[in-house]
Every structure is written in C-alpha cells, then in structure tokens.
Design a protein around this ligand. Sequence first.
Ligand SMILES: Nc1nc2c(ncn2[C@@H]2O[C@H](COP(=O)(O)OP(=O)(O)OP(=O)(O)O)[C@@H](O)[C@H]2O)c(=O)[nH]1
Ligand SMILES: [Mg+2]
Length: 453
Amino acid sequence: MNSQDIIIAPATPPGEGGVAIIRLSGKGCLDLALDYFRASGSQTSPNSHVFYHGFIFDDSGSDVDEIMFVYMASPRSFTAEDVVEIHCHGGHQTVSKILQIFISAGARLAQPGEFSYRAFLNGRLDLSQAEAIADLIHARSDKARTLALSQLEGRLSQSLYKLKEQLKDILALIEAWLDFPEEELPQENIIQIRQQVESSIVQLQEMVSSYNTGRFYTEGVSLLILGKPNVGKSSLMNSLLGEERAIVTEIEGTTRDFLEEGLVINGLPVRLIDSAGVRDTLDPIEKEGVNRTLGKIKSSDLILLLFDGSQGFSSEDKAALDRCVHTNFLVLLTKADLPQRCILPDLPFEPLAISTKTGQGLDLLRKSIHGALIEADIQQEDSIFITNQRHQQAAISTTISLRRFLDALDQSFSLEFLAVDIREALNSLGQITGETTNDDILESIFSRFCIGK
Ligand SMILES: Nc1nc2c(ncn2[C@@H]2O[C@H](COP(=O)(O)OP(=O)(O)OP(=O)(O)O)[C@@H](O)[C@H]2O)c(=O)[nH]1
Ligand SMILES: [Mg+2]
C-alpha cells in the first residue's frame, strides 16, 4: 500500500439510502475535490470542519449530484491526513459516478482497511484500537459494542502502556549495571524488580483469562440442546426463540438434522443448536443425525442436557449424561407441568425444572446460561478484557518471557540474560499495540477490514 496516494472509497454500505458518504484522504485531496465542487454560497476555500452545500460536476461541467461537502484538515481527521467527505444521495449510480470522476482525476480506490491503516501509520490509533473499530462495526450484542468501544477509547492500550513503562524501567536499571561488569545488582533492587515482574505477570494472566469472556461477548457462544428423543429439545428451542421454528411432535425422532438460530440471551449472543435425539437407532437417516449431534458436543461452549421429568431416568439418559462429562453443561428437567417421575443420579449441581407449556424456569434458565459462561463481572472498572486471540497469544508470550526472567534472576544468571528476557517481553507486548508487529501481519489484519474503513 502506497501511503502517498490520495485514496477514495464510499464510507457507507452499498445500496439505496438517504445519504451516502464518499471519503477522500491524502495530501492534496482538498484541491482535487475542489476541482469538481461548486459551493452554492460565495465561499471558495472551505474552512476545516465546516459543512458546505453545493454540487459535484463532471469533466463536461454537468452537475452529478447536490451534496454536502466537509474538509477536515490534517491532523484533525480519522487518518490524521487531509480528508474530504462528500455527502451525496445514497444510490448506487450516484456513488459510482462520483468515484469514477475522482479516480479518473488521479485518486486511487482504497484497499480494505486502508483508511484505518493510515490512521495507524500516522499514530492516530494503535493497532489494538484499529482492531477495535472492526469489532465495533461487527458487534452483535450491546456488551460486544461496549467492549469494543472501551478498547477503541484506549483502555487496553493504557494498561499495556503502564506495563511497558514498568518493564522499560527494569531494563534501564539492568542496562545501567551492565556497564559495571564486576559489580552485582544490589539485593534491594533485585527484591523490587522481582515484585514488579510478579505483579506484571498477575495482570497479564488476568488479561489472558479474560479472553474467554471477551470472546463470548464478541464472537458469541454455541449452545447445544441435547437429550434423548421426545424430551422436549425442539420445544425449548422454540420457547427461547419465541417462535415456532422447529417442528414439535409427540413422535420420537422428529428432529433429524441440526437447526441453528441466533439470539441474544441476557446480553450474550448465542447460536442455539437443536439436535437429533440421542439414542441407538437402525434408521440410517436418524443414525447420521445422532452421529452429528455427538460430534457437536466437543465444539459447543455449553450444553443444555435435557431429561424428561415426567418419565423415569432411562439408560438412554444415562448414556447422554456420560457423553457430557468433561464438558460445560447444565441439566434441565423438562415438562415440569406434568407429574414428576424422574429420579436423577447424583449430580455436582442442581438440575433446573422447566416447562415450555407454562414458561416455568425459563427466566432462571437464561440467567443460568449466562452464569455458566460468564464468571467475571464484565463491568468491573479495573479489569481489562481481551477479545482478540492475537492479543491473548501476545500476552501469553510476554508471561513466558517474564517467567524465564524470574528463573534467571533466581539462578543469578548474568545481567545480559536478564536483559534479553525483558526485551523479549517488551517485544511481545508491543505486538498488541502494533509497535513491533511485522508488515505481513499488519497487512493481514487490515485486509480483513471492509472497504472504506
Ligand atoms: N406437557 C408438556 N409437554 C411438552 C413440554 N415440552 C415438550 N412437550 C411435548 O413433548 C413432545 C416432544 O417434544 P419435542 O420438542 O418435539 O421433543 P424433542 O426432544 O425435540 O424430540 P425429537 O426431535 O424427537 O428428539 C411434544 O409432544 C411436546 O408437545 C412441556 O414442557 N410440557
Ligand atoms: Mg426435536
């Protein structure tokens, strides 16, 4: 990507709408834009951050659209470069005609993520903030939005900055002593350094383990409804969705394939999966369905294991329960509106009685689903949530380097060794904010953005 060009792209999605926004960025973009803009007032050179009404015309001088024009002078713009936004009518023909005019005049169509990439190169955003923009755009729940916004506002960057400053101080101290090879690091410094590194490791570990919670809110969770035929799996799917999505009958083996639907449960985006009832069967179609269900058990974030409360606990129920050990699961006793006959074996937790006929237990179920997946309180002011696997990997690498540093300190290794470990830790931390991220990785991160972002 050449960062000298004037780039252009629609900032709004394709399709019809009241307004579409076309954005130009780069040195000289104002002059270029003014070549094809006629303000309706007398103003000839626009002030920064002020809207002007006028017309875009083409090379032949014909008007193309009536627009609003805004110029944002560097560095007070999204990319920190000179930026012009053209707010035109939101239709495909108008947008593509305006793009054509400026591309023929020398602007280049921006690549996906190129505006954000320039904002990053110009120091307007660090890498974790640029990634937060993409997360914000793709947020599928209110919590996901809040997390992305706090990352965009720099909460993650700030806490990383503090960590980095601490490690840099330690490195500076060690490097100062490197100049006196015959002397040892004073004991009081060693104690202080050890404490600082230990507390950094604790903070990093919190970040690493926050990833699951963060990931659940941003990417959503998969929730598998499991149980033998006729326990009420499809009925539960329908009740949670609030619509008759799955076929419900009193015939065992009604559901043969997966049914997947998205919904939000107490702020958590959920992919709810209804499955074929688990039992031994000779019917080849049902058998395939059962095999697929069993395959899904491992990949689900949480399993709702259903037992029919109106019937005795059977060997099929036992087989389903055995499949769930070592997974994250909740036990539900269904059909609580009927006389209860099911006597469950000992379980490490209380089963939940539900009825899809009366709605009993469904609110509690929603809370339990949330509780089984989200341990920490996401609103806690001082904790930072990582929502990106790349960040988690970098935090893990940092922790490994710091542990190695502590070992080396214990074994009185030379100061050079200690310095190497701290430098490595700093390098890993810098990958989150983009200071030490190599160009290939940067390119692959930004190329996942949409055009115009
Ligand atoms: N009384 C009562 N009946 C229920 C309840 N939930 C489901 N049923 C009935 O139980 C039968 C089976 O329900 P489904 O939801 O189709 O069960 P399933 O587990 O999806 O069954 P398969 O797809 O065959 O594995 C239907 O006749 C439902 O009306 C409930 O809460 N109370
Ligand atoms: Mg079913």
